[in-house]
Design a protein around this ligand. Structure first.
Ligand code: UD1
Length: 439
């Protein structure tokens, strides 16, 4: 793989119109759900990103027929009988854990590596396993030796050591009442993926309410499933046959938010055609910071005509709270905003690694535990920085747009996992951006 770095010449206010890619966090569980029932499944507006590529590779190994042309993916899982995911495959993509619920639902057994931590935190899967066990799955967790863990983390620096294998038997699974201790997105999705194929009714209480879960339910319902959500309870009448479908992915909530924050940082104006509707927490904050938002004819126009004001205190939280995935891009804006802001990160302990890179650009950020104090600077300085993770990399691009001179962002392979082409998008909005092969 040729490693690329992103170069951005700062100081140009963004101005332009953009169409947002399909949602990454919705398409990943939807691809796992494409394993279920009878195909074919056609997904339109599927983002062309690293995470989708890695998920499709797993699906092919499980025996699915997969066809992809541009933003259209077709999956036929009728002949898929695989139930084992190899370590190398799972090491590439953490959401491979969603195949646990899907495989238990489809063929009543699954063997897959236990995902370890990743760049943004430890990310345990205890809630996934508890939920599936409440549905009657028998899951054994086997530990690996230290040496093997070392090899794993060296093989893929994006992932920390994996901690063993999961062997699951779903022979005696049935619908049940599940109460999640915390509204985990992944655990909610895994519960749905298994329960939709089981006899009886399942209720997932204290479920995550992220809009991407509604998309998963909509996709399954269009195939014949019987799922409904009432606030934070999801009701699944399992066992209905699932058939073919043509489904169109909605706009990515986090990519929409990233480009709004990029406009705020650059003191520009962006028009977004197919924007995500579920960004109230961010839109309210952007207004507080001095931006103006207008929605007309299905198009969102956002303008920040001057230096943003501080956001006072922001705390990340499950939906409908402020999304942790936008915390780093927000921090990048606040680094150049007027006044002092505080951010509390409540979900992923390593997200503040982005702060270290922002400091290299001249930002004033103090971290104390899960809180960051950001004292806005009049100017940031273009520097060589390294993407610490997917959203952290996008945040550095946001910071570069408001910096003096040229910034070089390395480690862009992280960003490519979730953004189709951030250089293309920012260029479309008038930024001076180009890519360079890393030496
Ligand atoms: C998903 C998103 C990710 C987003 C996150 C929170 C995808 C592919 N990823 O990740 O972009 O940042 O939601 O909105 O959709 N936890 C446990 N035990 C578990 C599961 C989770 O303790 O079994 C903890 C996590 O460590 C974290 C919190 O719960 O602190 C939230 O995690 P979760 O909602 O599960 O996030 P993901 O599904 O991993």
């Amino acid at each position: 793989m040729n490693l690329k770095s992103l170069k951005i010449k700062g100081g140009i206010p963004l101005k332009g119109e953009i169409c947002i890619q399909g949602s990454k966090n919705a398409v990943l569980p939807i691809l796992a759900a494409s394993l279920l029932g009878d195909g074919p499944v056609v997904i339109e507006n599927c983002p062309v990103i690293g995470d989708v590529k890695d998920t499709l590779r797993i699906m092919k190994k499980l025996g699915c027929a997969v066809w992809q042309e541009g933003n259209v993916v077709r999956v036929d899982a009728s002949a898929a009988d695989g139930f084992m995911i190899e370590k190398e495959e799972a090491a590439r993509i953490r959401s491979s854990v969603l195949f646990l619920g899907a495989l238990l639902g489809k063929i009543k057994k699954a063997v897959l590596p236990q995902p370890g931590g990743c760049a943004i935190g430890a990310r345990p899967i205890d809630l996934h396993l508890e939920s599936l066990r409440q549905l009657g799955a028998v899951i054994e967790e086997e530990e690996d030796g230290w040496e093997e863990k070392q090899n794993q983390s060296q093989a893929d620096p994006q992932r920390k050591a994996q901690s063993g294998m999961l062997t699951a038997d779903g022979t005696h699974m049935h619908g049940a009442r599940i109460r999640l201790r915390f509204p985990s997105v992944g655990a909610t999705e895994n519960s749905i993926l298994a329960a939709v194929m089981l006899p009886g009714e399942t209720i997932v209480e204290h479920a995550a309410q992220e809009p991407e879960i509604d998309q998963l339910c909509e996709f399954l319902n269009q195939r014949g499933a019987k799922i409904k959500r009432e606030k934070n309870a999801i009701f699944i009448r399992g066992g209905a046959p699932l058939g073919p479908v043509r489904y169109r992915m909605k706009a990515d909530r986090i990519v929409t938010g990233t480009y709004l924050l990029a406009a705020a940082a650059s003191r520009g104006t962006v028009m977004i055609r197919n924007f995500s509707q579920e960004l109230d927490a961010l839109l309210l904050l952007l207004e507080k910071m001095g931006g103006s938002i207008e929605e007309q004819d299905g198009r969102l126009t956002f303008t920040m005509p001057h230096r943003a004001r501080s956001s006072a205190f922001v705390e990340t939280a499950p939906y409908p709270g402020f999304p942790t995935d936008l915390q780093s891009p927000l921090m990048a804006v606040l680094a150049g905003a007027e006044g002092v802001s505080m951010i509390k990160e409540t979900l992923f302990e390593n997200r503040f690694r982005t702060a270290g890179q922002l400091v290299r650009m001249g930002a004033q950020i103090e971290i104390r535990g899960s809180c960051a104090k950001i004292t806005g600077c009049e100017t940031l300085v273009g520097s060589v920085v390294e993407a610490p993770d997917l959203r952290g990399g996008a945040a550095l691009a946001v910071a570069a747009l408001q910096s003096e001179g040229i910034s070089t962002i390395t480690g862009m392979e992280y960003v490519e996992r979730g953004y189709e082409d951030i250089a293309r998008d920012l260029r479309m909005l008038g930024a001076d951006v180009w890519e360079e092969e890393q030496k």
